[in-house]
Design a protein around this ligand. Structure first.
Ligand SMILES: NC(=O)c1ccc[n+]([C@@H]2O[C@H](COP(=O)([O-])OP(=O)(O)OC[C@H]3O[C@@H](n4cnc5c(N)ncnc54)[C@H](OP(=O)(O)O)[C@@H]3O)[C@@H](O)[C@H]2O)c1
Length: 255
């Protein structure tokens, strides 16, 4: 058995109806895990869960849960535990970007939204996962999807960048606090990946050209290119890895 094997493990992934979250869900299920995916909208999450269930029968569950709402997150975990009995892996992936523009033009309602979903929502998601993992007493894996925006500022993305930087420190602080429970906490910082979330960037010629020019790999990434690191961090292969941040960005942060 490879040390990347996830047989018998249970993973919860927020924002799993499409994009990076769905690609990670597919990779975990392929390696043997049961996977619970969540999103805000039933019309998005249920077809995604059904599609994955066709390939991995009985091992995928879709749950409607808003990642900025504490009660929704609690219900997400209760449903996951009710269905599969435990939580071994938690991937905080859902995020929002309510403001595309100069940081100094961000309104209070946009600050509130970004705090609610990207920062506090990630905190609740990790806190509840950690409580369950500690109760089970067999360790666990928490993975936070941050962004290169949390490492390097870029024009028009200031508010989002602040939130993504905050959850890198959340990840490191939790890594320290949870090491006694053998729970590893790590962050992934994707670069520009082709999803609906980033459509404005890859679908607008001037932005796309500028990104490609600044990326040593000379292209935009695909969601599947995040699955290798996500699998490593979910599996026993990463048992000595905690508090780290992994960029997957075609070298963008080098320039
Ligand atoms: N794409 C990139 O270039 C890129 C780069 C760096 C980091 N990231 C990060 O990667 C993560 C995933 O993004 P993505 O590009 O895969 O986006 P995506 O394709 O738009 O998928 C986002 C997912 O999150 C769900 N979602 C959105 N808001 C939510 C909320 N408040 N509560 C629960 N679910 C919610 C969406 O479903 P519903 O609409 O049904 O809720 C969907 O399943 C995010 O944390 C993003 O910041 C992306």
């Amino acid at each position: 058995m490879s040390n990347f094997d996830l047989s018998g493990k249970v993973a919860v992934i927020s924002g799993g109806s499409r994009g990076i979250g769905k690609a990670i869900a597919h990779a975990y299920a392929r390696e043997g895990a049961s996977v619970v995916i969540s999103s805000r909208k039933s019309q998005n999450i249920m077809p995604a869960a059904e599609e994955l269930n066709d390939e991995f029968p009985g091992r995928i569950l879709g749950v409607v849960a808003h990642s900025g709402k504490q009660l929704d997150i609690q219900q997400l975990y209760e449903t996951a535990i009710g269905e599969f009995g435990r939580i071994d892996i938690a991937v905080s992936n859902a995020a929002t970007n309510p403001h595309f523009g100069p940081l100094l033009t961000a309104e209070e309602s946009q600050w509130d939204k970004i705090f609610e979903v990207n920062i506090k929502g990630t905190y609740w998601f990790c806190k509840m996962a950690a409580a369950q993992m500690a109760k089970q007493g067999q360790g666990g894996k928490i993975i936070i999807i941050s962004s290169i925006a949390g490492l390097k500022p870029s024009m028009m993305m200031g508010l989002y960048s602040v939130s993504k930087a905050a959850i890198i420190m959340l990840s490191k602080s939790l890594a320290l606090e949870l090491s006694g429970d053998n729970i590893q906490v790590n962050a992934i910082a994707p670069g520009f990946i082709k999803t609906r979330f980033s459509k404005i960037l890859w679908d607008t010629e001037s932005f796309r050209e500028s990104i490609i020019k600044q990326t040593p790999a000379k292209r935009i990434g695909e969601t599947e290119e995040l699955t290798g690191i996500a699998l490593y961090l979910a599996s026993s292969a990463s048992d000595f890895t905690t508090g780290a941040v992994f960029t997957v960005d075609g070298g963008f942060t080098l320039t």
